[in-house]
Design a protein around this ligand. Structure first.
Ligand code: NAI
Length: 333
């Protein structure tokens, strides 16, 4: 399941000889801990740096007893972030507050925008060449925030900044599998757009599976708002953590494989993209072929049914608003 290929291309020479370093920022949290566990089990990871403002020494000590080759280090507090990020090939960011029942992801903006901006500033300083995987919500805004900070420091490379939307794809496969009584691991749904409510567009017409219109509408709604099911069930204790950790580990592993030279690895992800630019949207998720540089070929939307075109039209203004909120936050802060 995991990449074992040696890193021969795409990294600075020190990284080639020492293998991949992955840093997790927010490693003490609900997502951070199981994500770090899954990364510790990945043989492509040789160094795993765990950073948080609390708790990381304990998580690192615990994980370090697992007999896999990744060397785990724990870093706590602002003064140790440099050491955590330095020389990282990939920085995965699940830092920030999660939702409580009744909240939208955009409600998290006020708290998480500043957290993500500060992590971006640290990335500029300590690891400007790292590939950055942003999990912190609202992804539609935190990704542009991160990019704007890189831009104002002259180190933005659109091939290296990713919003992690893998959980939407994971959920889509699961929910379609349940409806069709088939193996979810064999079901691939192209989920495009953004990562919140109506901006999540599952293109069920591209699956090759036959659905009734009723099934399409119910599945679309469930994929768009699937996160709410977990928020509600956790009843104030947060949002998806375990499924997100799996999705985050899957995306990190896909990128590690691509950075190591493996071809044909495709994951949907929220990137700086031309796909919806004609409609004024600069960041958009579609299938992306990952490469030794990070973002390789960005796949187009493909053909949309009439119903999906309506969904697309509803998503565009919301995405523009979310992206603009991120851009103007950085301009003012
Ligand atoms: P959590 O509250 O359990 O953990 C967050 C961690 O971030 C805490 O350990 C906290 O100390 C840390 N943190 C806060 N400020 C920090 C800073 N400045 N630097 C480093 N670490 C910092 O939250 P959870 O459940 O792990 O969720 C994290 C984020 O991921 C939330 O914003 C949530 O909405 C988002 N999320 C994203 C998903 C996606 O599909 N992209 C899915 C599920 C959650």
């Amino acid at each position: 399941m995991y990449a074992t290929r040696m890193f021969t291309r795409g990294f600075a020479s020190s990284a080639v000889s020492r293998g991949a370093k992955v840093a997790v920022v927010g490693a003490g949290g609900g997502i951070g801990q199981p994500l770090s566990l899954l990364l510790k089990l990945n043989p492509a990871v040789e160094r795993l740096a765990l950073y948080d403002i609390v708790g990381t020494p304990g998580v690192a000590a615990d994980l370090s007893h697992i007999n896999t080759k990744a060397v785990v280090t724990g870093h706590k507090g602002q003064e140790q972030i440099g050491e955590a990020l330095k020389d990282s090939n990939i920085i995965v960011i699940p830092a920030g507050v999660p939702r409580k029942p009744g909240m939208t992801r955009q409600d998290l903006f006020n708290t998480n925008a500043g957290i993500v901006r500060d992590i971006a500033e640290a990335t500029v300083k300590y690891a400007p060449k790292a590939h950055v995987l942003i999990i912190s919500n609202p992804v539609n805004s935190t990704v542009p925030i991160f990019a704007e900070v890189l831009k104002r420091n002259g180190v933005f490379d659109p091939k290296r900044v990713f919003g992690v939307t893998t959980l939407d794809v994971v959920r889509a496969s699961t929910f379609v599998g349940q409806v069709k009584n088939s193996d979810p691991t064999k079901i691939n749904v192209h989920v495009v757009g953004g990562h919140s409510g109506v901006t999540i567009l599952p293109l069920l017409s591209q699956t090759g599976i036959k659905f009734t219109q009723e099934e399409i509408e119910a599945l679309t709604k469930r994929i768009q708002f699937g996160g709410d099911e977990v928020v509600k069930a956790k009843d104030g204790a947060g949002s998806a953590t375990l499924s997100m950790a799996q999705a985050g580990a899957r995306f990190t592993n896909s990128l590690l494989r691509a950075l190591g030279g493996e071809k044909g690895i495709v994951e949907p992800t929220f990137v700086y993209s031309d796909v919806a630019r004609k409609d004024g949207v600069e960041w958009f998720s579609t299938n992306v072929e990952l490469s030794t540089d990070g973002v390789g070929k960005i796949h187009p939307l493909g053909s949309l049914s009439d119903y999906e075109q309506t969904l697309y039209k509803a998503a565009v203004p919301e995405l523009i608003k979310n992206i603009e909120a991120g851009v103007s936050f950085v301009a003012k802060n």
